[in-house]
Design a protein around this ligand. Structure first.
Ligand code: PNS
Length: 157
């Protein structure tokens, strides 16, 4: 039984995140989507709402579980007996950051990180862009999972 963890801030979840969740869920028996804190970020959506949005977006993927955790990634992985961390990124800058995190997590709990390349069509999608578009009163429908645009707009206003 392989257990994977896909961690992130998800403020908010985008279609790019969902694409990785769909692909990662096929590689493991259970995939935890872990909503964690990035010390360099301030969150405009509460962790409860971020978790709720991911649950709505992944309701049709039976082996996905969504959890919030306020500690380290390594501690979360231990708490769920994870075998592997699954990460993704859009470009070389993201990859450098992920490589650093992978090293830290391996040192902390011996866990491997595998990296899924971002599908080309999602390479410009990010939570930051979604927040920026909402701020400018623009349509975010094509950037976020189906049916969530209005809820995300409300949460960000
Ligand atoms: O979506 P993000 O902001 O790139 O996700 C980064 C996140 C939340 C996965 C990362 O900051 C993280 O793992 N935070 C948990 C705390 C931790 O383990 N930090 C690394 C050791 S210092």
């Amino acid at each position: 039984m392989k257990i994977g963890v896909f961690p992130g801030s998800f403020c908010p979840i985008t279609k790019g995140h969902l694409n990785i969740i769909e692909r990662a869920s096929k590689l493991v028996d259970t995939l935890f989507v872990a909503v964690l804190n990035n010390a360099t970020k301030h969150y405009s959506i509460s962790y409860n709402d971020r978790v709720e949005l991911i649950k709505m977006a992944t309701k049709d993927i039976p082996n996905v579980k969504v959890e919030y955790f306020s500690g380290t990634m390594a501690d979360f992985c231990c708490s769920v007996n994870a075998d592997v961390i699954i990460k993704s990124g859009r470009n070389a800058i993201d990859l450098q950051y992920e490589m650093d995190m992978a090293e830290i997590n391996k040192e902390f709990c011996g866990i491997e990180t595998i990296y899924l390349a971002c599908d080309k069509e999602f390479s410009s999608y990010s939570s930051t862009i979604v927040r920026e578009l909402v701020n400018l009163n623009k349509d975010i429908t094509s950037f976020v999972p189906n049916g969530l645009a209005e809820k995300i707009k409300d949460l960000l206003k």
